[in-house]
Design a binder for this molecule. Structure first.
Ligand SMILES: C[S@@+](CC[C@H](N)C(=O)[O-])C[C@H]1O[C@@H](n2cnc3c(N)ncnc32)[C@H](O)[C@@H]1O
Length: 416
């Protein structure tokens, strides 16, 4: 049966997944703009049940690893790439097979040390730490950090860093209401309750329930820029590419880097994959992400993109050209590594630049067609539950602007 017919069998608002909350392993860690897991699962099931020979799935912008988990749930070998070392850590922890006994013993050790009054530890420091954390919170987080560092098993440490990131999220001076770092008002900072140790203990207990313990997923996670990492993949080696790419350059859209930099400042870099320079300043990750610091000034021959760019003011053009140009290059690599008969499953959003909607759905479609891929199905869904709901603040001279409330799903096939 055709994929378009299989997808059309569902009622239109089925894909909204109204009221669906994060469940199980998807609840671990804190990452912005994650995919709706059950939606990806349903779409992947359609693809996999239609072709039983599919073995591999790649997400070149894996973020928190939603598609990898769902691919794994469908018995696929999964590959993930992200430029953000925190996303890579999440992907690693969520696809690693943990041993029940090892976790149990870790719990006992950690709890003992957490509440020991004569436990000696070093106070952690980094530039601007006092801006983002209250003095007593720094002490508590430093104690947790020292305890994690004493763990011998690298995979246990990786898991514990993820748990610590959740404590950091709820105890820092960052407002967390947007993905950009913004300091809370003084009154709110004073009101933060320092229960870091208790929250950490509880987070470990809750999160470890969700870790994979039975099967051994074959997951390969890469840290780095997709446009470079994808060169390692052989032609026609991947059956399904499932992703939600960045919607524009990360410095002005969803700031994945800024949203995780406070975590990365506390995690020991020896337990992370990636370039340590990335955490040298608070916005570096976003500036090297797709459309960030590439030197490209040529817009690929994509008519919809060209028409869109021509409507933008001069000052906004170069960033958008860089993004679309990088996006085009990555897509060309994806078309190369996709197996014949394989599918691309993209979830994209149309953000606004200069008040003008950037038609990333139509741009993506035109790029895919130019790569010789065949359109199977394109449809939109309403984004009903979103952390950054319908407004993003802080757009210079424009006040609050509407963010996206719809996203487009594009399913394309490689036929030859
Ligand atoms: C929309 S998010 C993906 C969210 C993911 N689907 C999830 O469920 O968590 C896009 C991701 O692309 C990553 N990214 C941006 N530019 C990149 C690049 N050049 N190479 C690899 N990853 C990149 C960002 O760090 C971000 O995690």
């Amino acid at each position: 049966m055709k994929i378009a017919d299989l997808v059309s069998k569902y009622e239109e608002n089925f894909w909204d997944f109204s009221g669906v909350k994060k469940e199980g392993i998807h609840k671990i860690g804190k990452y912005p703009a994650t995919m709706v897991a059950p939606m990806q699962y349903e779409l992947l099931s359609i693809l996999v049940s239609n072709n039983k020979s599919f073995r591999t799935l790649l997400d070149p912008f894996m973020g928190s690893g939603t598609s990898l988990i769902e691919g794994h749930n469908l018995d696929l070998n999964v590959f993930g790439i992200d430029i953000n070392p925190y996303a890579v850590l999440l992907g690693e922890v969520k696809t690693h097979r943990y041993n029940e006994d090892t976790l149990y013993e870790m719990n006992e050790r950690i709890t003992k040390k957490l509440y020991s009054s004569n436990y000696v530890y070093e106070i952690h420091d980094f530039p601007n730490i006092h801006k983002w954390f209250r003095e007593d919170i720094i002490k508590s987080l430093s104690k947790i950090r020292a305890i994690i560092l004493e763990e011998e098993n690298r995979w246990i440490r990786k898991f514990l860093w993820v748990c610590l990131s959740e404590v950091i999220y709820s105890h820092s001076n960052d407002r967390t209401s947007t993905f950009k770092l913004h300091i809370k008002p003084e009154k709110e900072i004073a009101a933060i309750r320092n229960n870091c140790l208790e929250v950490f203990e509880k987070t470990i207990k809750n999160n470890q329930e969700f870790l994979i313990k039975d099967t051994n997923p074959i997951a390969t996670i890469y840290s780095g820029d997709s446009s470079k990492v994808l060169k390692k993949f052989a032609d026609e080696s991947i059956d399904i590419i499932c992703t939600s790419p960045p919607y524009g350059d990360n410095a002005t859209t969803v700031t994945y880097g800024q949203a995780s930099i406070l975590f990365l400042k506390w995690i020991n870099f020896k337990d992370l994959l990636g370039d340590q320079n990335l955490i040298s300043n608070y916005s570096k990750i976003d500036s090297v992400s797709l459309g960030g610091n590439s030197s490209k000034n040529d817009l690929p021959n994509i008519k919809i993109a060209q028409k869109y760019i021509s409507r933008l003011s001069e000052s906004k053009r170069s960033k958008v050209i860089k993004f679309i140009s990088d996006y085009y290059d990555v897509t060309a690599q994806l078309a190369r590594i996709l197996s014949v008969g394989g599918y691309l499953l993209f979830t994209v959003g149309n953000r606004r630049v200069d008040g003008i909607v950037q038609p990333l759905d139509k741009i993506t479609k035109e790029i895919f067609l130019e790569m010789g891929l065949k359109e199977e199905k394109i449809f939109t869904r309403n984004i009903l539950s979103k952390k950054m709901p319908s407004k993003i603040s802080n757009v210079k001279n424009k006040g609050a602007v509407n963010s996206m409330n719809k996203e487009t799903i594009l399913i394309f096939k490689k036929e030859k």
